[in-house]
Design a protein around this ligand. Structure first.
Ligand code: UFG
Length: 344
């Protein structure tokens, strides 16, 4: 039996891809997910890819007694990857308390339970959103944290501080904060992928839904930014590459390979791509046209941000390797699979 790892939010987009990579690396995975933004079928997808069915408990991480029972039911959990969180920027502005409660309390529950069950470490899902609009690009981990533009963004900043303060206070475990840039794409098997409920807010699901005819037209939010083609620039990272970084981070943490009890890594490609470039790349990679129009800017959008991933490359020993075209092709294959299955 491999080492046992708890993945909260393991039925979600990044969580499910990470469950696959952890199982492929020989870990035993326990998934806790309240299915608030995911579906139990995802567990079947993970099983079809890996040949192993991960343990699954439908539970909200805010339920501390429920979580205690999970640790008791699955003894010897060595590490946690904490994905479970509410993540819609716009909704967080409407429902701040929901976001603060969901995102902060679930983390605090885990940090309090870890010593009780001798858990060695926790990987926390953070975001490049903590940098706001960086003054220097590409942005590295030493860049200042900028005031958050939404309650969602604020929860990521506060959660980072909660973890940092807990470690500095002498908690008997380690932590790694992973700052994701923009994860996109799907597993190459198209057994799992991103499955947003309702109208997608993020670029790629809106783009693929437009390409397949569910949406009429993709709106490009602004072409008057101070960028070469006027549209916003992001660092789009393949979700499987991202998932693999979690496997490396987990090994590093529970095998105590670092001198530090807490570490922070940017997870990006180091390549900035504009919205218009992304649409072109998708059309080239798939041969499918994406009807689109330029509209006004979206409130709260950062003009441009991409990672300096050198610290993760050199210290973690991880590098994003998938090409943008292959990644976009995987997103399209997933969208087509959803159509074949009659899901969308
Ligand atoms: N965009 C469009 N049209 C759309 C959707 C998005 O042009 O229909 C553009 C956005 O303006 C942005 C880019 O595509 O320039 C990427 O937008 P996403 O919504 O996919 O991603 P964001 O970079 O805005 O959001 C990400 C994460 C959030 C995080 C946020 C903080 O998805 O979780 O970064 O900046 F909070």
């Amino acid at each position: 039996m491999g080492k046992r790892i708890l993945i909260t939010g393991g039925a979600g987009y990044i969580g499910s891809h990470t469950a696959v990579e952890l199982q492929n690396a020989g870990y035993e995975v326990v998934i806790v997910d309240n299915l608030s933004n995911s579906n139990e079928n995802v567990i079947d997808g993970i099983t079809r890819i890996t040949g192993i069915r991960p343990a699954f408990e439908k539970l909200d991480c805010n339920d501390k007694e429920g979580m205690r029972a999970v640790f008791a039911k699955y003894p010897g959990i060595e590490g946690i990857i904490h994905f479970a969180a509410s993540k819609a920027v716009g909704e967080s502005v409407q429902k701040p308390l929901l976001y603060y409660r969901n995102n902060l309390v679930s983390l605090m529950n885990l940090l309090e339970l870890m010593p009780e069950f001798d858990v060695k470490g926790i990987v926390f899902s953070s975001s490049c959103t903590v940098y706001g609009q960086p003054d220097i690009l590409p942005v590295d981990e030493s860049a200042p944290i900028k005031p958050a533009l939404s309650p969602y963004g604020n929860t990521k900043q506060i959660c980072e501080e909660i973890v940092r303060d807990t470690i500095h206070a002498g908690a008997p475990f380690r932590a790694i904060l992973l700052r994701y840039f923009n994860p996109i794409g799907a597993h190459p098997s198209a057994e799992i992928g991103e499955l947003p409920l309702g109208v997608p807010q993020n670029l790629i699901p809106y783009l693929t839904q437009t390409a397949i005819g569910i949406r009429q037209e993709l709106s490009v939010f602004g072409n008057d930014y101070n960028t070469p083609d006027g549209s916003c620039i992001r660092d789009y990272i393949n979700v499987v590459d991202l998932a693999k970084a979690h496997v490396i981070a987990m090994g590093r943490m529970i095998e105590k390979k670092s001198e530090n009890n807490i570490e922070t890594f940017n997870l990006g490609t180091g390549r900035g791509v504009s919205v218009l470039e992304l649409i072109n790349s998708f059309e080239r990679a798939t041969g499918v046209k994406v009807p689109h129009k330029i509209v006004g800017r979206r409130e709260g959008d950062i003009e441009q941000v991409w990672a300096n991933p050198e610290y993760a490359n050199n210290v973690l020993g991880w590098k994003a390797v998938e090409t943008l075209d292959d990644t976009l092709a995987s997103a399209w294959k997933w969208q087509v699979r959803l159509r074949e299955k009659g899901i969308m």
